[in-house]
Design a protein around this ligand. Sequence first.
Ligand code: NAP
Length: 298
Amino acid sequence: MFDVAFEKIALIGIGLIGSSLARVIRSKNLADHISIATHSENTLNEARELGLGDSYTTINSEAVKDADLIIISVPVGASGAVARDIARCLKKGAIVTDVGSVKASVIAQMQPELPHDIHFIPGHPIAGTEYSGPSAGFATLFVNRWCILTPLPGTDQEMLKRLSAFWIACGSKIDHLDPEYHDLVLAIISHVPHIIAYNIIGTARDFEKVNNSRVLAYSASGFCDFTRLASSDPTMWRDVCLYNRDAILEMLGRFGEDLALLQSAIRGGDGDALFDLFTRARIIRRSIVESEQDISVP
Ligand code: NAP
């Protein structure tokens, strides 16, 4: 059996993901010491009041001293700056990982900054909510959720097993993907849906303004689902769009082509085409519920 516990884990960023990690690490005894670093004093104080760690700092390099595992949970655009901050203070042989929703760009930002005597293994737990900050986290966030690792060529297999064992102890299921493929997959299953949500709300709001009438007040369940998605953290989603640009544009292109076909079926009164599409979508929804990636109730 692999030893999943670490002597010291450093968490850089203590928002939804970082604070969920702090909680599960504590509840499952996965580290003797949790050090926490975040950008602002306010967030640090919140983390301290919640008792999420054993030591607290706003200096990233201070948090990583003597740490065996460093988990970076910051908006993807800050990854390079964090890697630069910590590079010179990392313990030889430590594992450095991240949770960013984008992989190729995070690797491009971080890898050149990090020393060669540590193990950099990028990752992405596909688990989240629309809330952010230290209070938003919870220990069961990762249970039965995939954690995608995107190991780089030459990755030490023992260290990969150790990091996998850590995520499994947090409740996750592990898979490995190539970073570029990860970014394409996430573009269609997560990034484009959020962009559509942000866009549809903008369209509804403009329609309301132009018509000077109540539109949003009548929001029904479909629209409400979009508003939930669109209430996610603007910094995180700005960065996802900026740092996964090519994959998102590729998937938006495909989406646009399919939307044009749907539009044409509606215009042409092609009920069979609409029925087929909606039936296929319903089957996919059922398979997602059956595989426990979502629940059947709203
Ligand atoms: P969050 O709740 O907004 O928290 C972000 C944290 O990063 C805050 O503690 C923030 O500090 C800190 N931070 C920002 N810049 C920093 C810097 N230069 N140095 C140190 N700390 C810094 O965000 P989150 O939802 O946890 O997301 C974190 C990462 O997880 C993102 O890369 C995101 O793509 C990924 N992710 C998110 C989800 C999701 O559903 N939310 C799911 C999977 C993966 P201050 O508050 O002090 O400014």
